[in-house]
Design a binder for this molecule. Structure first.
Ligand code: DSN
Length: 432
């Protein structure tokens, strides 16, 4: 894999792109929302469909020349139907946030009420944070996790729904390590005659593979992004019951977007097709098994986990008990220097701030794509704790180079993309 065509136009740009390949190859990506797509998905995403305007939907476009755009979009929709089984699917949202906006704008009026999980308890900006368009347009209140157990407080949610009387309840989260009880939340929505939107951005792949229960068939709307655990081209998706199909389609186009990003839709189709293969179920199960092993090993080292463990692809570690003087931000920065890339994260009952939180979020989708198994994930947990201990003890200068070397060894053992150097050697006939 190289960027020789880009190099002819701008060597500096090619260098940046090739350095990013090298960075992804030589670091371990533990950001729970990230993954490494296949070269087939990269190929589809960089296709000439980037040139095509295709406002409208297959068979009903506002421009000529859309026959192949139609084929590609229909494939993405058909594969998505097989993966998630929804009655209606729109694959045009540019990202998960745009998918959520489509649902809100289709079903709500400005000033209507949204009940969603508090951001610092695992929610998402597009679920109604005041800094976001959603929080500025609708009236938003939040439910929470039980700060003792780390699990969603379903009773509290139901009580909040009774008093607030929302028009829509949002479930599905960005930093919640446990199985989500869709039925419980649906009961709360039914009791107050509210819609229910399940944002499965993080767990699209786990749901498709049957490793997490599906909200499809229970809730009114399911949104997601397509590049996280499902490992397809970058973007968003909306699924809904047939009765809402027209409203949702109109809200995406022309309501909020113009031309769909057809090259990304091709990347979605390629990744969805891959996810329909039996190996994908094994991958998704391994993501969860790896997350459980990593969680267990962190606990062996005395690290406290929100909810005491994980059922999905991510672990949320609260450093306050084990390392009271190390913030999640400090840990993130030191770990990145060691080649372990993750993010500092707020924890329920946060006592620091969103900019310098008390926790770290660790995800296994990307390292599982590299082929990591449970043992390798236990090693990753050991390395994470070694770095955090070093931050605590002021010994990062000695420890980080040691850990970085171990990370690089792991990266070599579990290779990812061909490097530009390898591609060049192949083209020259000087390499295998
Ligand atoms: N930025 C994503 C995450 O990290 O969870 C959500 O959009």
């Amino acid at each position: 894999m190289d960027h020789e065509n880009v190099r002819e136009v701008d060597p500096e740009l090619a260098d940046a792109l090739e350095n990013e390949i090298e960075r992804q190859n030589s670091e371990l990506h533990l950001i729970a929302s990230e993954n490494h797509v296949s070269e087939a998905v990269l190929d589809a995403q960089s296709s000439v469909l980037t040139n095509k305007y295709a406002e409208g939907y297959p068979g009903a476009r506002y421009y000529g020349g859309c026959q192949y755009a139609d084929e590609v979009e229909e494939m993405a929709i058909d594969y998505a139907e097989e993966l998630w089984g929804a009655e209606h699917i729109n694959v045009q949202p540019h990202a998960g946030t745009q998918a959520n906006l489509a649902v809100y704008s289709a079903m709500l009026e400005p000033g209507d009420k949204i009940l969603s999980l508090e951001l610092s308890h695992g929610g998402h900006l597009s679920h109604g944070h005041p800094a976001n368009f959603v929080g500025q347009t609708y009236e938003v209140e939040h439910y929470e996790v039980d700060t003792e157990t780390g699990y969603i407080d379903y009773e509290g949610l139901k009580e909040k729904a009774e008093t607030f009387e929302p028009d829509i309840i949002v479930s599905g989260y960005s930093a919640y390590p446990r199985e989500i009880e869709w039925e419980e939340i649906q009961e709360a929505a039914d009791a107050v005659d509210a819609y229910h939107l399940a944002d499965i951005a993080h767990i699209t792949g786990l749901v498709a593979a049957g490793v997490h229960t599906s909200p499809v068939g229970t809730v009114d709307f399911v949104t997601g992004s397509t590049h996280k655990t499902i490992r397809a081209g970058r973007g968003g998706i909306v699924m809904c019951k047939e009765e809402y199909a027209d409203d949702i389609d109109k809200a995406v186009f022309p309501g909020a977007q113009g031309g769909p990003l057809m090259h990304n839709i091709a990347g979605k189709a390629a990744g969805f097709k891959e996810a329909l293969q039996p190996e994908f179920e094994e991958y998704a199960q391994q993501v969860v098994d790896n997350s459980a092993a990593l969680a267990d090993q962190l606990q062996e080292h005395g690290i406290e986990l929100v909810s005491g463990g994980t059922d999905n692809h991510l672990v949320l570690a609260d450093l306050r008990e084990s390392h009271p003087d190390v913030s999640g931000g400090d840990a993130e920065e030191a770990l990145e220097r060691a080649g372990l890339v993750l993010n500092g994260n707020t924890v329920p009952g946060e006592t620091r701030s969103a900019f310098d939180p008390s926790g770290i979020r660790v995800g296994t989708p990307a390292i599982t794509t590299r082929g990591f198994d449970e043992d390798a994930c236990r090693t990753v947990a050991d390395l994470i704790v070694k770095v955090i201990d070093a931050v605590d003890e002021g010994t990062t200068d000695e420890t980080i180079p040691e850990v970085k070397e171990q990370v690089e060894e792991l990266c070599e053992e579990y290779p990812l993309y061909d490097t530009p150097q390898q591609s060049k050697a192949l083209a020259d006939g000087s390499g295998e």
